[in-house]
Design a protein around this ligand. Structure first.
Ligand code: GAP
Length: 458
């Protein structure tokens, strides 16, 4: 994890938030290469979940919502993590995670009493592994919602407008608008990538647990109780998608939840074998039953029942959800692509073997020497042609060619194109108007005619 975090910063993928002020825990910024990879992930995810599906529609809901939304969803009362505090050092620990770390089965959905009992049994071990005295406060539930002062001009603080604790509520709030405007037939999906915020007690492990995140959600609205096969299919589709973007199947697995939140009929995680952390949740796949729409119907007083055009019955659809944090997805992709290879000269080459559709740049173009105008001019011509075709093309004339290759390997550029004296016909005339194309993964170089370059790169 340390190597990946360091590469991410060194190569302009991810920076600690507000770093010049000492940082802000649990918040990260995406740099020039990071935002390209992130946008590529979003683009591929959107294609798979909107364009490649039938009756799936995109949405982009506003982040702020009426305060009652979070009462209806259960977040104001039930969205909490169990916490204890060391009275001597004020260190806060998340109880379920501490128990898990020493091999005790626990999760945040257990009652405070259950967790207190387990915590008391293992208090000494937990104190020791955290270098604490063991003088802990009792376990209490800490609400994760982040408050804002939107519209609170008198600064009274009552009835706050929260930042979204989960992005999917924006979908439930627009369910009726979509039914009224698009007349979709069940089953239909609403799809969204949007921000969520959580007052995580101990944000850690780089992008794995952050306080600000983006979630990519599909919410499939289905007929009540008729969804076992669909649920199984969705699970498999999501797993297959990770493999299709280049993640190694041996680093992915399903895990079923033993301890279901009360409204869920079934819940699974797709887990990834994260560096340092081991197997942990990448994406959640949940059968949320009719809970969300029933709650919003009750709290808003608006009829959210679906009128079945075939039977003329009215009922609340059930919701099958897939939800993944983009940061976690980004981390899994980086970790999976990260390779260190021994070179013949004894040096180590670090290379990100990213799927070409994900790499920040499709291809990098360099003149062999940057102080030879005729090479630079020809290289600029090739660069312009490739840019017109691929868009995301890097111009790299820093340092020598070896250094450029190392740099492009570390950001995962699949191919490097070099314009040399052969290109200009100044050496072997048979090589005039050809360039060197180097493959990131094998390091092999081939001469390719400029006229054929776009086709060959494609
Ligand atoms: N609407 C369902 C929901 O929010 P969740 O399991 O709490 O369910 C879904 O979150 C996904 O969001 C997780 O699988 C994970 O990828 C991501 N996620 C949740 N909390 C996160 C955090 N603090 N930092 C980064 N990603 C997080």
């Amino acid at each position: 994890m340390e190597k990946i975090t360091s590469l991410a910063k060194r190569r302009g993928f991810v920076f600690p938030g507000s770093e010049i002020y000492g940082g802000l825990a649990g918040v990260y910024d995406f740099g020039p290469n990071g935002v390209e990879l992130l946008n590529n992930l979003k683009r591929l995810w959107w294609k798979a979940n909107v364009y490649d599906k039938e009756s799936h529609y995109g949405l982009d809901a506003g982040m702020f919502k009426h305060p009652r939304v979070w009462d209806a969803s259960g977040h104001t009362t039930g969205f909490s993590d169990p916490i204890v505090e060391c009275r001597d050092t004020q260190t806060r620990l998340r109880v379920d995670k501490e128990l898990e770390a020493i091999g005790i089965t626990a999760d945040e959905k257990m009652s405070t009493t259950e967790l207190q009992k387990l915590f008391d049994e293992h208090k000494d071990t937990i104190a020791k592994r955290n270098n604490l005295s063991g003088n802990f406060t009792p376990v209490r539930a800490f609400n994760l919602l982040v408050k804002s002062n939107l519209g609170d001009f008198a600064s009274e603080g009552g009835d706050p407008v929260y930042l979204p604790g989960e992005a999917c509520q924006g979908i439930y709030l627009n369910y009726k608008n979509v039914v009224d405007s698009m007349s979709p037939k069940l089953p239909f999906g609403l799809v969204q990538i949007n921000k969520a915020f959580r007052n995580e007690i101990s944000p850690r492990n780089f992008l794995f647990r952050t306080r600000e995140m983006e979630q990519a959600d599909t919410q499939l609205f289905v007929k009540p109780n008729e969804n076992k096969d669909t649920f199984t299919q969705i699970k498999q589709d999501r797993m297959d998608w990770y493999v299709s973007i280049g993640i190694k199947p041996e680093n992915l697995r399903f895990k079923q939840h033993d301890n279901l939140i009360f409204y869920c009929a079934e819940a699974w995680d797709i887990e990834y074998n994260f560096p340092s952390l081991g197997w942990d949740e990448l994406e959640g796949i949940h059968d949320r039953t009719d809970y969300d729409l029933t709650q919003h119907m009750e709290f808003s007083g608006v009829d959210l029942r679906y009128l079945d055009p075939e039977t003329s019955e009215r009922y609340i659809p059930w919701i099958l959800e897939t939800s993944v944090g983009l940061g976690r997805m980004f981390l899994a992709v980086l970790a999976d692509a990260y390779h260190e290879e021994e070179l013949e000269d004894g040096k180590t080459r670090t290379v990100l073997k990213l799927h070409p559709d994900l790499a920040p740049y499709r291809v990098a173009v360099s003149p062999l020497l940057k102080n030879k105008p005729e090479l630079v001019e020809k290289a600029r011509e090739v660069f312009t042609t490739l840019k017109r075709e691929f868009g995301n093309v890097a111009w790299d004339d820093n340092g020598n060619v070896g250094k450029r290759y190392r740099r492009q390997d570390e950001i995962g550029t699949p191919h490097c194109v070099v314009i040399d004296f052969d290109t200009l016909g100044q050496e072997d005339p048979a090589n005039a108007d050809t360039v060197t194309v180097r493959d990131r993964d094998t390091g092999e170089q081939q001469r390719v005619a400029i006229a054929d370059l776009v086709r060959r790169l494609k």
